[in-house]
Design a binder for this molecule. Structure first.
Ligand code: TTP
Ligand code: MG
Length: 352
């Protein structure tokens, strides 16, 4: 008989991260509903603590709506620099355990614990304890034998949870979960699946690999594997930023194209200087627009060559804007660059 797969992957995620930092910095807030976000009436919630979540408040909800739901809540402006500082303290602790870490966001990481000579559960407890000592914050940890299952596990009993998923628990533990739990199935695909009567991983398991490939394209193979508990992705310690973006919510909704272009120009200038600082070139530019009814649209263009000048980015941005129908008033506009390379091979043509 094959020996069971080693529990070598941890996924950890801080609980209500920004709000917890605010609570820690201001003990008066302890135990009360705390909402962090853009505070003018057009702002949105970046996160809410678990107390505030009881009122149905969640990330990305307009702040005015959160105020309606919880008038006695404490509304705190986002202090991103502070959260980055605390995140730095947390990652420093993590790196004291091992270098095999893949940071996923400001409050989330995968850790490959194969090289640490301690029981997985013991490692998880020690990480929690140290982070609590240094930062006063709690996290949730998932332990399993691959990334997909570890991440699923860390979400299992948030906040302040620890959950282990072993091989013998699969697939039973997955069967009742809804399809959007599968890494790689977003809200759109999950709606499409629902439309054909597929709601749970159990339902998905009845579908053939061919069907999934027809449905999802190449990633259908990964999804077919994942729902069977197979995920061979390694910890990527050199994960680089995949995109750089900037956006702005207007004080007053507008459809004035000249004004929108002015913003695009400012964004292009900022993005170009970010690229330059990192010595990056990009190939894809994406425009994002939210209209007065909160309908979000994005349109991207991938070029044949790499660019990094503000004017070049601006030109693509304007082209995308011209292609988009702006008949409704616009509430938010944003521009993102992605598809990076570090060096550009000069494209010599015969005529150079
Ligand atoms: P999350 O880990 O998704 O959320 P959280 O830590 O607040 O709560 P949970 O206990 O469910 O993990 O995101 C981490 C931080 O990133 C969060 O505190 C605020 C920020 N964030 C945004 O700015 N916008 C968003 O839409 C989300 C989801 C998070
Ligand atoms: Mg979190």
């Amino acid at each position: 008989m094959e020996s069971p797969k080693k529990l070598n992957i941890i996924h950890l995620d801080m609980d209500a991260f920004y709000a917890s930092v605010e609570e820690r910095d201001n003990p008066r807030l302890k135990g009360r509903p705390v909402i962090v976000g853009g505070l003018n009436n057009r702002g949105i919630v970046t996160t809410a603590n678990y107390e505030a979540r009881k009122y149905g408040i969640h990330s990305a909800m307009p702040i005015y709506m959160a105020r309606q739901r919880c008038p006695m809540g404490y509304f705190i402006p986002t202090r991103i620099e502070r959260y980055k500082e605390v995140s730095g303290e947390i990652f420093k602790i993590l790196y004291s355990f091992t270098d095999l870490i893949e940071p996923l966001s400001i409050d989330e990481a995968y850790i490959d614990i194969s090289d640490i000579r301690k029981e997985p559960l013991r490692i998880a407890m020690e990480i929690k304890k140290k982070v609590m000592e240094v930062t006063g914050l709690t996290m949730s940890i998932g332990i399993s034998y691959n990334k997909f299952l570890a991440k699923l596990a860390s979400d299992w009993n948030k906040p302040n949870g620890i959950k282990v998923i072993t091989e013998d628990m699969v697939p039973d533990i997955l069967l009742p979960l809804t399809v959007e739990f599968v890494h790689g199935i977003g809200p759109k695909s999950s709606e499409k699946l629902n439309n054909i009567g597929i709601y749970t991983i159990g339902d998905l398991l009845m579908l053939s690999e061919e069907f999934l490939v027809d449905f999802f394209g190449k990633s259908g193979i990964d999804i077919h594997n994942r729902i069977r508990g197979i995920d061979n992705r390694r910890i990527n310690t050199e994960r680089k930023r995949k995109s750089i973006g900037t956006e702005c919510t207007f004080r007053n909704d507008t459809k004035d194209k000249d004004l929108l272009k002015k913003y695009l120009h400012r964004f292009a200038t900022d993005l170009a200087s970010s690229l330059e600082k990192r010595q990056l070139y990009c190939k894809t530019v994406t425009l994002k627009i939210k209209d007065e009814n909160f309908k979000l649209r994005t349109k991207g263009k991938t070029l044949n060559n790499y660019i990094n000048f503000a004017d070049e980015i601006f030109k693509v941005g304007v082209h995308l804007l011209d292609e988009m129908d702006v008949s409704d008033n616009i509430r938010l506009i944003g521009l993102t660059v992605s598809n990076f390379t570090v060096t550009v091979i000069k494209q010599l043509s015969l005529f150079d």
